[in-house]
Design a protein around this ligand. Sequence first.
Ligand code: PLP
Length: 457
Amino acid sequence: MTVRAFRQAADAASPIPNIITELPGPRAREIIARDAAVTSPSLTRAYPLVAESGKGYVVTDVDGNQFLDFAAGIAVAATGHAHPKVADAIAAQAHQLVHIAATDFYEPRYLELCERLAAIAPFEEKARVFLTNSGTEAIEGAIKLARHHTGRPAIIAFEGAFHGRTMGALSLTNSKIKQRAGFGPLLPMVYHAPFPRVRAWHQGTGGDGSAELEHLRKAILGRLVPPEDVAAIVFEPIQGEGGYFPAPDAFVRGLREICDEYGIVLIADEIQTGMGRTGRMWAMEHYKVEPDVITVAKGIASGMPLGAFIGKDHLFTWTAGAHGSTFAGNPVCCAAALATLDLVEGGLVENAARMGERLRAGVEYASEECGGVHDIRGMGLMLGVEFGSHDEANALEYAAFERGLLILECGEASIRFCPPLIVDEAAVDTAIRLYTEALASLGYPIRPLPGLDETGG
Ligand code: PLP
């Protein structure tokens, strides 16, 4: 992609975003005031967006302001908002059968989805699938499967990890102290190993993860917990909430070797990275390393509450009654997931790879002379930009909102772009322009996007 190409498309873009009131607008202010009185104070609204409707990559708020959505409801709206095929599938299924409880009864959509997920599992062995209501429940199930199969108690997770908020998943989570504070005691025998937080832009290459692997082998498996007691190693191929850090190849290979050596179950948490977001169906495909189990949620059903853990057949040694869930794999969610899979397999994976390249090129270009940006990293449509401090990242996030671009912070000092996989050139180029304007509004010396003449194209 040339700079000229993204500039041209940005200029040709539709008038999105379209901010017509002060932010928040009058209706939004009223709702925010009422919300504060009745909702749990644990919610973390980054900025005062009060959503009314969504279509594709555009979200409209209750005052009629239109935003370009590069947050996708925390990397969830894979096919965009209200994709007609997904909406039709949900509506048709809702008229036919909303609930039956797949734990106790058979149901064709449940079966079809399990078959489809098993067929695309990133390993050779036959796969089995358990559907869940959320990401955290997928992690709970995967931990239980690994413990049950191995008969071992311990779990290894990583510093900076985010795996969810229920007690088992929370025990693995190591992203922000406020997520854990006040909730102990958590699961015993969970050990956190260092994760290679490799910064590749402006700060050198940062390493291949060998130091972290050595720490895992020597300090954790050598001194804290015998490997024969470890049921599972759970990791994110790209740490998401922790700051969008892709694991180096050698690190992922090293984890596989340790698991093979000691009979440990390797669980890749693909809840944020999966369903095509990184430009492959699963992030593990970039590494050419087989996990034993993957956990999936977020984009799987375009926003309907669904998750899954997908594991190698030989791990499913538990028997009837060992694990279940009343709502999980509800027919309406399964119908949404089947429609989502059709779209993701029907070109959105490739689109995520292409648009991810374009987004990265534009963000890198716009950030090059901005002293505030310390690193840019990610894969496909999972792109993180690191600033010097949490406050700076937050300020950028807010400045983007004021300009009509929805993005989210992550990690200690980063913002992330995780748009729907349906974004096109116009959306990506507009996001780059708004990001550049947000940087400039905060006083960073930005490199203006060149005019057509400057590109020579
Ligand atoms: N695992 C990862 C990698 C995540 O990013 C998340 C959510 O952000 C979770 C697990 C938890 O998923 P949920 O919020 O659906 O429980």
